[in-house]
Design a protein around this ligand. Structure first.
Ligand code: B1M
Length: 222
């Protein structure tokens, strides 16, 4: 692998965003994923190489460590931020269609629920996994989901809920999406959920963590 790609991957794994970032202390004043991604593009490295050989594998390492509780939310957030800082340089190439993504993933926290830390982590990991992510935010009802789906045919949908009270709203949203788009895949997550509840409300998959969500989406496009 090109040396600069290994360096970008390392920055993402350890959460080194840019030169100004003091984290991790051992890398103080060193360039981060931000500067290195820009440099790689200037050197002629292709955007899809940066994505597929550096960002995606690095985020997979991070996701697996998080699943095994070898790292925690703060470290994962730093890695996701480092990944996003590199992604910002790649976005123009994706938007121009020059570089392809795996598909579109629409995500939101369901009606009545304002918790978004977990949802944001999932969104960032999925973006790092090579997907176009459309984040509808929090307190999202079925109307917003249906509008986004109609504008993005073939998208996969993700619903997050953190409250036992809003799990019921998730059920209603799944029902209205499935009534109109029975083939569309719906992934659900959030602390009070389970695979059992996912089955009961007619969603397709439950993941307790971001890496499980990435793995599920990747299986859909194999
Ligand atoms: Co709230 N809150 N909160 N809260 N809050 C909880 C969830 C609660 C468990 C605290 C408690 O009582 N012990 C409790 C829920 C009880 C229940 O219903 N079972 C609770 C409550 C009751 C409330 C209020 C009702 C409090 C009140 O006002 N009386 C209120 C509700 C507001 C509303 O939403 N309408 C409320 C408000 C808030 C804050 C605004 C203050 C803040 C949210 C800030 C924000 O998100 N921007 C907040 C917070 C921070 C929490 C706790 C402390 C932390 C949640 C969190 O971010 N965890 C939480 C208690 C706790 O968990 N210790 C609590 C970290 C995050 C990374 O984990 O979100 O689980 P999590 O996401 C995980 C997985 O679940 C999964 O991946 C993530 C990473 O592993 N995942 C998915 C999540 N979404 C996924 C989607 C997927 C796949 C995986 O696919 C689509």
């Amino acid at each position: 692998m090109k040396e600069i790609l290994s360096k970008i991957a390392y920055c993402v794994e350890v959460g080194k965003i840019n030169k100004a970032s003091p984290y991790p202390p051992a890398m103080k004043d060193q360039e981060g994923a931000d500067e290195l991604a820009r440099q790689a593009l200037t050197d002629g490295v292709k955007p899809d190489e940066i994505l597929e050989l550096a960002l995606i594998p690095a985020m997979a390492v991070v996701g697996n460590k998080f699943s095994k509780q070898e790292i925690y939310v703060p470290q994962m957030l730093m890695s996701a931020k480092a990944m996003s800082s590199a992604m910002a340089h790649l976005k123009p190439y994706f938007l121009s269609g020059e570089t392809k993504r795996k598909g579109t993933f629409i995500i939101g926290t369901v009606t009545g629920d304002l918790h978004d830390i977990g949802k944001n982590l999932v969104a960032m990991m999925i973006e790092g996994g090579g997907w176009e992510v459309l984040d509808l935010g929090v307190d999202v009802g079925h109307d917003k989901f249906l509008k986004a789906i109609s504008e993005n045919p073939g998208a996969v949908v993700g619903l997050s809920a953190l409250l036992t009270t809003t799990m019921e709203n998730m059920r209603k949203i799944v029902a209205s999406i499935k009534a109109k788009y029975p083939e569309l895949k719906i992934l659900v997550g959030g602390a009070p959920l389970s695979m059992d509840y996912c089955g009961k409300i007619g969603a397709d998959f439950y993941s307790p963590d971001p890496q499980g969500a990435v793995n599920y989406l990747n299986k859909l496009v194999l």
